[in-house]
Design a protein around this ligand. Sequence first.
Ligand code: RB5
Length: 148
Amino acid sequence: MRIAIGCDHAGYEYKEAIKGHLIEKGHEVSDHGTHDTSSVDYPDFVHPVSKDISDQHAHYGILICGTGNGVSMTANKYKEVRCGLCWNAEIAQLIRQHNNANIISLPARFVDIKDAIQMVDVFLSAQFEGGRHQRRIDKITSEIKFSC
Ligand code: RB5
């Protein structure tokens, strides 16, 4: 699988560990940085990953920052992206099964590396269930109409 990965300084150590794990498993990984622990602005590393998904250059994306929130907020600005924030393996499974997420975001300051790697493995192997979940996903980008 082709996987795009990006992080800020808080996620650097996790990105390196996850990248190594994925390469070992035979995946093709596009690493969009950051490349050390110097303080950076997370959107600079989220946009290239989100573009890889939008342009279909990658099947899935992985984003890591301190809380996982800044990266997921940025990624979800892209119409084609569904990025889910995860802190355990069950959520990692559900964002695929129910939300058809194409990017997982991880909070490096709140989960350990071993669990983060497990979440990535679960995320990449779980299947979207379709059906009522597809109907709900279709409504995410539909215009909200209401009267007042
Ligand atoms: C960086 O200190 C931190 O703000 C960032 O990693 C992330 O948690 C933002 O959402």
